[in-house]
Design a protein around this ligand. Structure first.
Ligand code: NAP
Length: 299
């Protein structure tokens, strides 16, 4: 008989990959506040009573708490709501999974570091800057200190979901191209590790299947910059000669993207490597796959 997973907040970029990967070998109950797929049911995971009731009813072997507010500017402007959504609901998930004696998966982020070092492994101490990062790190700490059995996977710059769900950098760049822009303005002072949602979901499944728990960095291989990612998108789309890239500093965007971001969000998958379980592919390979599968008829 298939093992069962209850997933909350899986209507977004990462949720789509989790659904596709985990539905092959597990029985899933997928929920989100935004019911945008046939396979989703409604749950606002801030409603602790309903969260608990639905999990109890499904009686899963695992609880995956995936969703969060991920728009950094929204989080700065709505701090209380951010902590209720990104931190308090995770405390509820810890309580529910502890009561049921089932493992909890929580998704953390490279954004919890202050970006002063070049790169970060699991032994580095986070020092979050900004509301989103603080809310995510508070949740991470709570899980580590209070969960009986947990898996925390930290992602870098997420890529996935395609035009319908991708709210992040890749979609923003491709949208500008689709809108006919002949020049792009890209920051050259922000560094990180792209993380393809499918690789992330598959690697998470491998950890679960091999009974590995604890805290893991899980980003694609190779550190890079926003500038190089934008240039690579143009290369993949054969547009390098047609679209000009202007290098700018982050303060160029300080009205639109006013939330403070670390200069470096480079993650090193030290623990995955130590265990011989690092399945994360190089970011250029996954970016190509992502664009070729999700944006074929878009431009
Ligand atoms: N995106 C990144 O670059 C990134 C990087 C590292 C880690 N992460 C983490 O990865 C996880 C998944 O993020 P993602 O990239 O898939 O973001 P996403 O595309 O914004 O998806 C998050 C989903 O959670 C839902 N949600 C928000 N509040 C909820 C609530 N109260 N109850 C139920 N569902 C709720 C959202 O619905 P609405 O759209 O209606 O709000 C959305 O469908 C998050 O924990 C995030 O912090 C993301």
């Amino acid at each position: 008989m298939k093992k069962k997973i209850f997933l909350s907040g899986v209507g977004g970029m990462l949720g789509e990959a989790f659904y596709k990967i985990f539905s092959k070998n597990y029985e899933l109950k997928c929920t989100d506040i935004d019911v945008n797929e046939k396979w989703l049911e409604h749950l606002d995971f801030r409603d602790a009573e309903k969260y608990s009731l639905l999990v109890e009813k499904f009686n899963p072997d695992y609880l995956f708490h995936i969703g969060a507010y991920t728009d950094l500017e929204f989080c700065e402007k709505n701090q209380e709501e951010t902590f209720i959504t990104n931190t308090e609901s995770v405390k509820t998930a810890v309580r529910i999974s502890n009561d049921k004696n089932i493992p909890l998966l929580y998704i953390s982020t490279a954004g919890i570091f202050d970006g002063k070092k070049n790169s970060y492994d699991e032994d580095d101490t986070p020092k979050p800057i900004g509301t989103y990062a603080i809310s995510k790190y508070e949740a991470e700490k709570f899980v580590i200190q209070n969960s009986k059995k947990f898996l925390i996977c930290r992602a870098g710059w997420m890529m996935g979901g395609g035009p319908k769900k991708d709210k992040k950098f890749i979609q923003k760049i491709i949208q500008q191209i689709k809108d006919g822009n002949k020049e792009l303005f890209i920051v050259d002072d922000k560094f990180g590790t792209p993380t393809y949602t499918y690789d992330f979901a598959k690697n998470t499944e491998t950890l679960i299947d091999t009974n590995n728990f604890g805290l893991f960095n899980m980003a694609c291989e190779g550190n890079t910059s926003r500038l190089e990612v934008a240039e690579e998108i143009l290369k993949i789309l054969n547009l390098s000669d047609k679209i000009k890239v202007n290098k700018v500093k982050s303060d160029y965007f300080n009205k639109t993207f006013f939330a403070e971001r670390p200069n470096s969000e480079n993650l090193i998958n030290k623990k995955l490597n130590q265990k011989g379980l690092n399945l994360m592919r190089p970011w250029k390979e996954t970016l190509r796959e992502y664009i070729n599968t999700s944006y074929v008829n878009y431009l």
